[in-house]
Design a protein around this ligand. Structure first.
Ligand code: CA
Ligand code: CA
Length: 399
């Protein structure tokens, strides 16, 4: 019995390096050499990125290939938001807003009610059509119609800016930035931009409150969220709140943090300068270092579909992480047991019968880990089912 248990543990540890390797960040190749400022995906495979000099690219294969779009501008683009498979909006220098209604084949400039000279830095639009743009001089724009028309809420403030925007749902939205006296500033709307609450705070470490700028943030609901910042002395930090008003700054790093996104209510990432990526699996309470594989400054991050994150940055940097789904290998239908239903689903996937398999199904169905689903996986699953029927000890049946 002792020998059997030891053997089981040995195999368990053997598997760890394989899973770790599958969860690394990997550089994606493209012909882009300019600085990339933002990225947004609306499905696991389809997304856009924007950057300096009118840089605008799309992908429909999860970032393996990037295709240049005709942005119709040489101005810097700082933010992009994919609303669905047809609609996307990008924002940039001197009040520039461009929009596509055909999945990126054509981009048209959007005319504002009155001309803006300030740079627009961030955009987030809900699938329902409500959205926000944040810009220099604390500019706030809102839309109710998927970005076709924009209302100027405020602009021309003395200094400050909103480099980060987030629509949490159709009504709840946030802008992240800095106020006129160099302190972190957050704007919140709970009614799709009709009215706004503002909160400002200092980045307190020990007895010292530092000025600084929020580059991005992520709220889970009206009250609970966190921000990624650059302190005035160049340090980066993460601040958290559970009531919107009171903020605690707990995590300090030697580099500025520029972008944050979450895959779900617990798993998220923050990207920053010098290729820095931090990850959390408990909604931001603890952060661990990730190996991004790059040293360039990262500026944008997009997590999508529960299993993929993309980060972009200076000099054409694009990196991707594909996470191994949580679950039981072979449990394709996700009901926590291995049986004939899982075999039926694998057969359907092999026969290309609809619906198209999800990322989880593709992971759970590839039992022999060779990146394809075929009859070998059915044999492996049959063996697993037979083994479990023989009531072997748990350590061995997991093999
Ligand atoms: Ca099952
Ligand atoms: Ca396989």
């Amino acid at each position: 019995m002792l020998i059997r248990k030891t053997y089981g543990k040995f195999i368990f540890f053997m598997l760890i390096p394989i899973l770790t390797v599958a969860q690394e960040w990997h550089s994606l190749s493209s012909d882009i050499s300019a600085n990339i400022n933002a990225v947004d995906f609306f499905s696991e495979t389809e997304g856009f990125l924007v950057g300096d000099g009118g840089l605008l690219y799309s992908t429909n294969d999860g970032g393996d290939t990037w295709v240049q779009q005709v942005a119709g501008t040489d101005s810097n683009l700082y933010g992009v938001c994919c609303i669905n498979d047809l609609l996307a909006v990008a924002v940039g220098s001197n009040g520039l807003i461009i929009r596509t209604v055909d999945g990126g084949n054509n981009w048209m400039e959007v005319t504002l009610p009155s001309a803006l000279a300030w740079d627009l830095l961030s955009v987030s639009i809900n699938p329902g059509g409500t959205g926000l743009i944040g810009g220099a001089a604390q500019t706030i724009l809102t839309t109710m119609d998927h970005g076709e028309n924009w209302n100027i809420v405020q602009t021309d403030m003395m200094g400050g800016s909103f480099p980060g925007a987030q629509m949490v749902n159709e009504n709840l939205g946030f802008l992240y930035g800095q106020n006129s006296i160099f302190a972190p500033l957050i704007a919140r709307t709970v009614n799709a931009g009709i009215s706004w609450n503002f909160v400002t705070f200092y980045l307190v470490e020990g007895q010292t409150g530092y000025e600084g700028k929020l580059y991005d943030g992520y709220f889970f609901d009206e009250l609970t969220g966190l921000t990624a910042a650059r302190r005035w002395d160049g340090w980066g930090c993460i601040s958290e709140t559970d009531n919107f008003t009171d903020w605690t700054t707990l995590h300090f790093y030697g580099i500025p943090l520029k972008a944050v996104d979450f895959l779900d209510d617990s798993l998220g990432y923050i990207a920053g300068d010098s290729g820095t990526i931090k990850g959390t699996d408990n909604a931001g309470t603890d952060w661990f270092a990730e190996d991004s594989g790059v040293t360039t400054n990262l500026r944008g991050l997009s997590c999508v579909g529960g299993s993929r994150c993309y980060a972009v940055g200076e000099n054409g940097t694009i990196i991707r992480k594909i996470l191994t789904p949580q679950g039981i290998l072979g449990d394709v239908n996700g009901d926590s047991s291995l049986d004939i239903l899982d075999i039926v689903r694998i057969v359907n996937i092999i026969l290309l019968l609809p619906p198209e398999p999800s990322a989880y199904e593709i992971w759970a169905g590839d039992l022999n880990l060779d990146d394809q689903i075929n009859v070998l996986d059915i044999i492996a699953l049959l063996n697993l089912i037979l083994e479990s029927r023989l009531e072997r000890p748990a350590a061995e049946s997991n093999l």
